[in-house]
Design a protein around this ligand. Structure first.
Ligand code: ACO
Length: 401
């Protein structure tokens, strides 16, 4: 459809679709998803292949620019990102202003927004070069801010990373390096992180991505749009579910590991409890990402020699749900968040950072979607409503009410 032919088509019939369950908000060439068959592809490539064979920076390039990079393109992309990885010293004063108790997602969202003040040019994206520069700046500085958010929580000195490391290893260094110790990491850890970030990198028009596109549609700029996306991702019904899952599994463990009791709670309509990490708006068969992550959880824990009793609880819940008519009838299966937290924990990542890890993975997807929206010159996002309030009323002055 030519976007211009849709312009100006307003008035007349309004479709009411709370939660946009059946409303397409855009055309997109980035991610294909078949919820019935459990298929997920980025730019035509199967998620299974990408998770197995690509690294995160290649996938970021693929999502943003539409093709897998050649070695030269990837090297340039990497070099350009490294050249932009500095964060203004004054940004640290903003970080210092947060209490230690601040949730890292709040810190990340605020700091991403604060970046605009230090990079005002990033808002001008009329030329391809300006757009590329804004994208590279954000990809470079975002992991620094994410790692800082974690260090702030732990009252640890900040790490500025190293230009000799790859994107994911550098992120890991900025999060975990210790003062007076040479930094090193097992390759299995970086492989596991790479895979998790790839699996989270895009998922078409979910809540946070739609937020990024709609904020960007007012031409608010890339950093402001992503900052809004981070806030949307934070909620427990979306990306915040990965933190909620591990907290739920821990609570079940503390309570004696009685999974049946929690299954009953999840089914009780008078109980607000939901089985976190279960169900998905689009996947009604299985979530292909959850399949890969479940296998990876077994592998990573095995490689690192870690035994985590919550993995057994998680598998127990999944088994029960697969045989329970409540879950089967409603087509509720484990989603991407169900097993990811177990891997994050095995990698030493604190629970409050889980959703930040999701944001780090989703960043290229958000950027790709924002870029597509701007390049297609989509109109400002502005849904309609069906008004159900009072009819016209006469105004009564204060002394007569
Ligand atoms: N536990 C128990 N019951 C559930 C669950 C759950 N996790 N998820 C859905 N249901 C039930 C609902 O109560 C509803 O039952 P009803 O038909 O008897 O009223 C039915 O299944 C349909 O659920 P909806 O909430 O209408 O489905 P929707 O598509 O709006 O929501 C969502 C999808 C938000 C993911 C939901 O399944 C949920 O809350 N899951 C738990 C949170 C979670 O894991 N979120 C992460 C999603 S993946 C991501 O964002 C990265």
């Amino acid at each position: 459809i030519d976007i211009k032919t849709l312009r100006g088509v307003t008035g007349g019939l309004t479709t009411l679709d709370p939660g946009y369950k059946n409303t397409g908000s855009c055309e997109s060439a980035i991610t294909f998803l078949d919820g019935e068959k459990g298929i997920l592809r980025y730019r035509g490539y199967a998620i299974e292949d990408l998770a197995e064979k690509a690294d995160f920076l290649e996938v970021a390039y693929l999502l943003i620019f539409g093709e897998l990079p050649t070695p030269e393109q990837l090297e340039k992309f990497d070099t350009d990102i490294k050249a932009e990885s500095h964060v203004d010293e004054d940004m640290k004063k903003i970080l210092d202003g947060f209490p230690k108790s601040a949730h890292p997602m709040g810190v990340l969202s605020s700091m991403t927004s604060a970046l605009i003040a230090f990079n005002p040019g990033s808002v001008n994206v009329d030329s391809e070069e300006e757009m590329y520069n804004a994208i590279v700046k954000l990809l470079a500085k975002f992991p620094v801010l994410a790692a800082w958010a974690m260090r702030k929580k732990k009252s640890q000195p900040l790490d500025y990373g190293s230009k000799s490391l790859g994107y994911v290893e550098n992120l890991h260094k900025m999060m975990f390096s210790k003062a007076n110790e040479d930094y090193s990491v097992q390759k299995e850890v970086i492989q596991a992180l790479d895979k998790l970030l790839i699996l989270h990198a895009d998922h078409e028009q979910n809540c946070s991505t739609s937020t990024v596109r709609i904020v960007g549609s007012s031409h608010a700029g890339l950093f402001a749009s992503i900052s809004a996306g981070i806030s949307a991702l934070w909620g427990p019904l979306h990306g915040g579910a990965n933190q909620a899952v591990i907290e739920m599994l821990e609570a079940i463990k503390e309570d004696g590991g009685d999974t049946k009791k929690y299954m009953a709670k999840a089914k009780d309509k008078n109980d607000p409890f939901r089985l976190m990490g279960f169900g998905h708006r689009v996947y009604k068969n299985f979530d292909p990402r959850a399949k890969i992550i479940k296998k990876s959880a077994d592998e990573v824990l095995g490689q690192l020699g870690i035994e985590d009793p919550v993995l057994d609880i998680a598998k127990g819940l999944e088994k029960e749900a697969l045989n329970d008519p409540y879950f089967v009838d409603r087509k509720l299966y484990p989603n991407v968040d169900f097993y990811s937290g177990i891997i994050y924990r095995a990698l030493g990542i604190p629970v409050e950072m889980f959703t930040v890890m999701f944001a780090l993975g989703r960043l290229p997807g958000w950027i790709a979607q924002w870029k597509e929206m701007r390049q297609r010159k989509e109109p400002i996002g502005r849904p309609r409503q069906v008004y159900i309030g009072e009819n016209h009323r006469e105004f009564k002055s204060l002394n007569k009410r």
